[in-house]
Design a binder for this molecule. Structure first.
Ligand SMILES: Cc1cc2nc3c(=O)[nH]c(=O)nc-3n(C[C@H](O)[C@H](O)[C@H](O)COP(=O)(O)OP(=O)(O)OC[C@H]3O[C@@H](n4cnc5c(N)ncnc54)[C@H](O)[C@@H]3O)c2cc1C
Ligand code: SF4
Length: 561
């Protein structure tokens, strides 16, 4: 078996996205020698096309059927398009399976340095004790083995570096952070916010988003060109490729090994310790081994758990570090199939094809099942909404000739909102290895079992109903609402399949994302989430990762790892 020449690594980090980037930065800056295994290609500013018009593309971004030939799942979410499709996994080469009656769209599978942060929506929200302790408040599931005060300093640290625009709102259940100045609301958004507050007491705010409004660390403020998912030459949104990973590599302590598809964690035959990782070089298809004192998996929830399941040994026959038997179970991912839209006055807005494009809109804070209110009868937990206003030409105006030209210029000004709801962790939402299917590298793939329960269905209905209620309260016209049962299930915010807990009998990781079973093995992505609150997960993924790295280094110092 070929081995990597450099055997002097302290740590192997698998995956260079939101979590892996932070692990590398924190550890390399502290002087540890880090090998970063990344399945994807290197990312570069040369690949960024945020200013490239469609007419310069070969197929004018109008030939989705060509992309569908290799990425039939990835293309279901609009950020995979003619500009970016080759950043995404080839669904045919790296498939997964599902039971026939539980279709699941596993989208946002990137194969570039930076992972999903290349294309993410950037909404960055803190969790609160209302989330970490939810089980003790409403009796469902397990509480997290940590509290808000444990993670608060790490939220501060991460936010200051990442650069989050936002406004302080003083909500107990959605704590304020270290914000850069907010991007102002449009007139329609301000009207919506004011009327909803006045009539329903709910809080609407400018989206808290990882877009800079002030320069930091050589990154420029956003200039409102719009399509962040195609990259950003001024590095004005957060993408770990040009932030955390670049910082780690610049220390000289972090070696980025691209096109390295981790297959399994290698165990020491005599001791209950990992000794490295077996990976497949995606270009040569050759298997290689790399060794270090500690292994940290940051490959995104399903991918990290797939590696653990593929690392089974005679001692851990149902997956490495799985003495609890819960590895792969309690898969959660937000439901977001309810919402609505309505028309608002234009307030003099003039539609334009070339005007500035705000890359973020509004966020509506959760308003169900909160402190100091009676429990909502229809479901547990809650949801928030993301939304935005748009002012467009009236393309659908009737008539033709001069009359049509005039009508076309009458702006259609809308606000649309989409709910993001918490999904309860359930044993029967799980992943396992498919015994019959391997990817092109010969690595067994996942079979994903995921469906919604009664709680999710009731929540989706309320997302639609409450959207209508708020739009009506704001005086919107032509209101349309929707509430679809969410099958086939899809997700971008998966979490929870190697969950943290105080009790090794029903959890895989401790509060520092160290496996209970194998002390020199960590999993620092969202698979450790004990529950998956309605707030978007990535800010918490990053803050937890830095906290766990600090713990890991303190353990290393006292030789406890
Ligand atoms: C379109 C979209 C919009 C989103 N919007 C938001 C949002 O607004 N707010 C929010 O909080 N979150 C959002 N998310 C989710 C967010 O991007 C993820 O939560 C976050 O990036 C997860 O970080 P991670 O480190 O776990 O994984 P990733 O960032 O996905 O990185 C994982 C990396 O591991 C690599 N990898 C995978 N398997 C292997 C292997 N076997 N060997 C080696 N490397 C491997 C991958 O190539 C990838 O680079 C969005 C995601 C998408 C796709
Ligand atoms: S909208 Fe802002 S952050 Fe997004 S690509 Fe343009 S400049 Fe960069």
């Amino acid at each position: 078996m070929p081995q990597d020449k450099n055997h002097s690594f302290d740590v192997i980090v698998v995956g260079s996205g939101a979590s892996g980037g932070w692990a590398c930065k924190r550890l390399a800056e502290a002087g540890l020698k880090v090998a970063l295994l990344e399945a994807g290609r290197p990312q570069s500013d040369k690949n960024f096309t945020e200013h490239k018009p469609e007419f310069e593309l070969k197929y004018r971004n109008k030939a989705p059927e060509l992309i569908r030939k290799t990425r039939p799942i990835q293309i279901k979410f609009g950020v995979c398009n003619e500009y970016t499709y080759d950043w995404f996994v080839n669904d045919l080469e790296e498939p997964y399976t599902t039971p026939a009656d539980k279709p699941f769209n596993w989208m946002g599978r990137l194969r570039m340095t930076g992972g999903r942060t290349n294309v993410w929506g950037r909404v960055s929200l803190r969790f609160s004790d209302w989330d970490f302790k939810s089980a003790s408040l409403d009796g469902y599931g397990e509480s997290w083995p940590l509290s808000y005060k444990d993670i608060e300093p790490y939220y501060d640290l991460v936010e200051k570096y990442v650069g989050i625009t936002g406004s302080a709102e003083g909500l107990e259940h959605l704590p304020d952070g270290q914000f850069q100045p907010p991007v102002p609301l449009t007139c329609q958004e301000a009207l919506f916010r004011n009327r909803v507050k006045e009539k329903l007491g709910r809080t609407i705010m400018p989206a808290r988003s990882a877009n800079l409004t002030k320069p930091i660390n050589g990154r420029g403020p956003c200039h409102y060109c719009g399509p962040c998912e195609r990259g950003c030459m001024t590095h004005s949104y957060f993408n770990s490729a040009f932030t955390t990973v670049a910082d780690a590599v610049a220390t000289g302590n972090c070696t980025l090994i691209s096109n390295a598809m981790a297959y399994k964690v290698l165990m020491d035959a005599d001791r209950n310790r990992t000794r490295g990782v077996l990976y497949v070089d995606r270009n040569t298809r050759q298997a290689r081994e790399i060794y270090a004192r500690v292994v940290i998996l940051c490959a995104q929830s399903q991918e990290s758990v797939r590696i653990l399941l593929n690392s089974a040994t005679p001692h851990y026959s149902n997956g490495l570090a799985n003495s609890s038997g819960v590895l792969g179970h309690y898969l959660t991912a937000h439901v977001r199939s309810g919402g609505g839209s309505g028309e608002f006055p234009a307030f003099g807005a003039k539609p334009s094809l070339g005007g500035p494009k705000k890359p973020l809109g509004i966020y509506i804070a959760r308003f169900r099942n909160l402190p100091n209110m009676p429990p909502y009868k229809k479901f547990l937990r809650g949801f928030g909404y993301e939304g935005e206003s748009s002012s467009e030409f009236s393309w659908e105006a009737p008539g033709f000739g001069e009359a049509y030209k005039k009508a076309l210029l009458e702006p259609r000004t809308r606000i649309g909102i989409t709910g993001f709801g918490e999904v309860l962790p359930r044993w029967d939402n799980f992943v396992e290895l498919d015994p019959y299917v391997k990817d092109v590298y010969g690595i067994p793939v996942l079979k994903i079992h995921m469906s919604d329960g009664e709680n999710e269905r009731a929540m989706i209905q309320d997302m639609g109903d409450s959207a209508g209620e708020m739009l009506e309260a704001a005086g919107a016209r032509n209101i349309r609402t929707y509430a679809h049962p969410s099958a086939p299930r899809w997700a971008l915010h998966e979490a929870g399949i190697a969950r943290m807990g105080a009790d090794p009998k029903n959890s895989v990781l401790n509060q520092f994302q160290q496996t209970h079973d194998v002390k020199n093995l960590f999993v620092m992505d969202a698979s450790g989430f004990t529950s998956n609150p309605c707030q978007n997960p990535t800010l918490t993924i990053m803050a937890l990762c830095v906290r766990s790295c600090d713990y890991f280094m303190s353990e290393l110092k006292r030789d406890a790892i």
